[in-house]
Design a protein around this ligand. Structure first.
Ligand code: FES
Ligand SMILES: [Fe+2]
Length: 345
């Protein structure tokens, strides 16, 4: 059902403390924790004795100890201690998953472990790059993860879902360009010479003191299995932004990783990295709250859409010209899933 041979965001690094964290990923129970030196580890969240989720247990040094009868597991998933017995057998084990910490996120590989190449972890370096400030969070969503990718690939929705922040009357009528290659789909839109939407008007005034007309860009790139990088911003009108000079503008990289939990639920890891007013912590807090509010608006709509889809199976849907990227995205995910299945067969 999901692309297995891929890195998925499992948690923010900051979510792991001294307790194990249970999280369903691609319909598998997973428990995440840190070893004593801070290295992350991921095991099946299901004790091989009587199936208590190991996330109900405790971390003891480098071991994860089940909260029911005390079986202790190492990072490979091997049980190394059964308190009531002298020696655990080799069959006393749970599955372990490759896991990598990068750009503030923990990335898990659900497919064949031999294929897990850390070089393929999606590039979200803006999350912790010098010259960029970070705000971010995780939102559990009751929808198929692809519905959120649809939403991000078509920012026309800003006009209807986010009218008081990002929306603008000019967005729907401004043409988009959709391009793709084997590894990505990119949708671009430039809204030139306009009075910016409230969110961007506030950002460029705060960062650059500019109150006038702007050129705005929305460049949205989908990278399988489920990452969407938004390059968004505004610049003083006719200051050369479209030609590549953003010196008079403000840029946000809105980074999104959607991780399926089940077929109709997912974890929405989002962040907004910005290249302006990077020392301004008050702005960071404000953006954290603003983006949360904006995504709550998306959540309301997308979860209602998901419910309607479940209640009306087989209902007819039409495509419009804006759906090209979404159709391409779905084909890309399906093709990769099919390729992995035929390799495995
Ligand atoms: S269920 Fe885990 S030790 Fe018994
Ligand atoms: Fe939105």
């Amino acid at each position: 059902m999901f692309m297995q041979n891929a890195w998925y965001a499992a948690a923010w690094g900051s979510e792991l403390n001294d307790k194990p964290l249970g999280r369903r990923i691609c319909d598998r129970p997973v428990v995440l924790y840190r070893l004593s030196d801070g290295t992350p580890a991921a095991l099946e969240d299901l004790c091989c004795h009587r199936l208590l989720p190991l996330s109900h247990g405790n971390i003891e040094g480098d071991l994860l100890v089940c909260g029911y009868h005390g079986l202790a597991f190492d990072r490979t998933g091997q049980c190394v201690r059964i308190p009531s017995q002298t020696r655990p057998g080799a069959r006393a084990r749970v599955r372990s998953y490759p896991i990598v910490e990068r750009h503030r996120l923990l990335w898990i590989w659900i497919g064949g472990p031999a294929l897990a190449d850390p070089a393929q972890v999606p590039d979200l370096h803006w999350n912790d790059a010098p010259g960029w400030a970070f705000a971010g969070d995780m939102l559990p969503m009751a929808c198929d993860y692809r519905l959120i990718i649809d939403n991000l690939l078509d920012l026309t929705h800003e006009t209807y879902i986010h009218p008081t922040s990002l929306g603008h009357d000019l967005i729907p009528g401004t043409p988009i360009e959709t391009v793709w290659d084997d590894d990505s789909v990119t949708v671009s839109r430039w809204i030139l010479d306009h009075q910016p939407a409230p969110f961007w008007a506030r950002m460029i005034e705060r960062a650059r003191g500019w109150r006038g007309r702007c050129d705005r860009w929305q460049i949205v790139k989908f990278v399988p299995p489920s990452n969407v990088v938004l390059d968004v911003g505004v610049a003083e009108v006719n200051s050369g932004a479209r030609e590549g000079n953003r010196a008079k503008g403000v840029t946000g990289r809105q980074l999104n990783s959607l991780t399926p939990a089940t077929a109709t639920t997912c974890w929405y890891f989002w962040s907004l990295a910005r290249d302006f007013a990077v020392e301004d912590e008050e702005l960071t807090r404000e953006l954290q709250a603003t983006v949360r509010r904006i995504f709550a608006e998306d959540q309301l709509i997308i979860e209602a859409q998901q419910r309607a889809m479940l209640e009306n199976p087989g209902a007819r849907m039409i495509n419009i010209n804006l759906d090209a990227a979404s159709i391409r995205m779905r084909r890309m995910i399906e093709a990769r899933g099919a390729a992995a299945r035929s390799q495995a067969a």
